[in-house]
Design a protein around this ligand. Structure first.
Ligand code: HEC
Length: 126
């Protein structure tokens, strides 16, 4: 007669343990997928960032049609070079009348995002 009452907390504990295991399993699968596809996820992120961080407004959707002839075409540039320019424009190490225009948006991106952007820009057709 008391048995159900006695077993109830045990059953509850078991259920919680099972659901935590399931969460743990889902998290490790997600982590595994991220580890297996770093290049793919970076390029995908970069494409998204290129839009959401307003890069396309000055450099064009394809990275090849800047809104002003004095703004650079960036599509297909080596990612190492691009990343260095992004870091330098953000820090102010690269600084002139032109870079001032771009520096205004650089607070929107951190180093990880700049890497994803550089990776993506390198994949754009020059
Ligand atoms: C307001 C306009 C504007 C926006 C927005 C902008 N840029 Fe720029 N960008 C420029 C200008 C102008 C230059 C040239 C700067 C210079 O001469 O120092 C430049 C330079 C660059 C360069 C260096 C090109 C080279 O050949 O050295 C890269 C790479 C670049 N931008 C990428 C980006 C990315 C990525 C974003 C989005 C996070 C972005 N830009 C947003 C205007 C902009």
């Amino acid at each position: 007669m008391y048995r159900p009452l006695f077993f109830w907390p045990l059953a509850r504990g078991f259920n919680m343990m099972m659901s935590q295991t399931r969460i743990g399993f889902t998290v490790s699968i997600a982590a595994l997928m991220l580890t297996l596809s770093p290049g793919i996820s970076l390029a995908a992120d970069g494409a998204e960032l290129y839009k959401t961080k307003t890069c396309f407004t000055c450099h064009g959707k394809d990275g090849n049609t800047p809104i002003m002839p004095s703004y650079p075409k960036i599509a297909g540039q080596n990612k190492e070079y691009t990343l260095q320019q992004l870091i330098d424009i953000k820090s102010g190490a690269r600084s002139n009348g032109q870079s001032a225009a771009m520096k205004g948006v650089m607070h929107l991106v951190n180093e990880e995002e700049m890497q994803a952007l550089a990776e993506y820009i390198a994949t754009m057709a020059p």
